[in-house]
Design a protein around this ligand. Structure first.
Ligand SMILES: Cc1ncc(COP(=O)(O)O)c(C=O)c1O
Length: 356
């Protein structure tokens, strides 16, 4: 097998090698039982243990209290864009449009009730988070905490009695105070595991408010009651999340992971800032720079193409920026080794020097 490359993909994204190896072994033969973990009943003892341990480790890593339900569901983050208003929008909800995904979430919610977009930075191509002032009486305030495409993230979170955050591209990358949120959700395929699982953390008092006419498969209350087993959950994906949680714990938990992520991002931001203008960071407010998605441009398209191709020759792949931003996007999720970011930063310096 050829050596693994440094994969800077925005998602599905790189996974830690020990997580992959443990998951591969469990897929073939789980605990030497002659059967793989994807081949057993979701209601049997093997998977029930996996689910319970995944939930317990998730709670412990994020410091989630008993007043929250933790769910592992299907449908991705996009399905949550619909489920949130179906379950929680009665009168009026507020949305902050800080990027493509936040915009999609707001558009989805508008199908179900009144949605006020209280901040929108689309006019500056989302190069910063919009300013906003929220009405605490609204049913909820929805934000996207890390904007995967544009490379912005919230250095601190708004204070709101019903704050809902899409954390798909930064979940478990830094310490957060879950008690500040009414609900957090995240598609797994960036920081947690393979596509096909979405993690939902929801305050239990909200479950009681969900209308009974919401079909059970779309109801957070029904999923919480059934403890993620209303129907067949994505069993193998959940197993991979469990391995990821074990790995994060072995790293020392979120504080330790955050420290590494800060160093990783700093190598690349320093390479941008020390390039005498050869690289331009696309985020204009430094404290809003994401630790997970680092976006920058080069002087022209030909140089951008050469950068991507020469980086690939050096074992660094999936660096092309999203089409609405162009340039480069380096996604540096938890599983990206520090060495990958160091190498990229070194290559950036070399490339800038030879090109100038
Ligand atoms: C912040 C954010 N929200 C939502 C999504 C959509 O996720 P899914 O494809 O799981 O529906 C993505 C996908 O990249 C994302 O980055």
């Amino acid at each position: 097998m050829s050596a693994r490359v440094f994969n800077f993909s925005a998602g599905p994204a790189t996974l830690n090698q020990s997580v992959l190896e443990a998951s591969a072994a469990a897929l073939i033969n789980y605990r030497d039982q002659g059967v793989g973990i994807a081949e057993v009943s979701h209601r049997g003892p093997e998977f029930s243990e996996v689910l319970a341990e995944a939930e317990a480790r998730c709670r412990s890593l994020l410091g989630i209290g008993d007043d929250y339900a933790v769910l592992f569901l299907q449908g991705g983050a996009t399905q949550q864009f619909e489920l949130i208003p179906m379950n929680l929008l009665r009168d009026r909800a507020e949305y902050v449009v800080s990027g493509e995904w936040a915009k999609k979430a707001a558009k989805a919610a508008a199908r179900y009730g009144t949605v006020d977009v209280i901040g929108d930075s689309s006019a500056s191509n989302f190069n910063q988070l919009p300013a906003f002032s929220a009405d605490r009486q609204a049913d909820y305030l929805h934000i996207c905490s890390n904007n995967t495409i544009y490379g912005t993230s919230y250095p601190s979170f708004p204070d709101h009695p019903c704050l809902i955050a899409d954390m798909s591209s930064e979940i478990m990358s830094r310490e957060i105070d879950v008690s500040r949120f009414a609900m957090i959700y995240a598609g797994a395929q960036k920081n947690l595991g393979p596509a096909g699982v979405v993690l939902v953390i929801i305050r239990r008092d909200l479950l009681a408010t969900i209308p009974e006419d919401v079909a059970p498969i779309f109801s957070y209350a029904a999923h919480a009651k059934a403890q993620s087993c209303l129907n067949t959950p994505p069993t193998f994906g959940i197993y991979m999340l469990l391995e990821t949680f074990r790995w994060i714990e072995a790293q020392g938990g979120l504080a330790a992971v955050e420290a590494v992520n800060r160093r990783k991002a700093q190598y690349i931001y320093d390479a941008i800032d020390h390039s005498q203008g050869f690289y331009t960071g696309t985020v204009v407010v430094p404290e809003q720079r994401s630790l997970m998605n680092i976006t920058f441009t080069l002087p022209d398209e030909a140089l951008t193409k050469a950068f991507i191709s020469q980086a690939a020759d050096r074992g660094m792949v999936a660096l092309k920026g999203y089409r609405t931003v162009g340039g480069i996007r380096a996604s540096t999720y938890n599983a990206m080794p520090e060495e990958g970011c160091l190498r990229l930063a070194q290559f950036m310096a070399e490339f800038a020097e030879t090109a100038q």
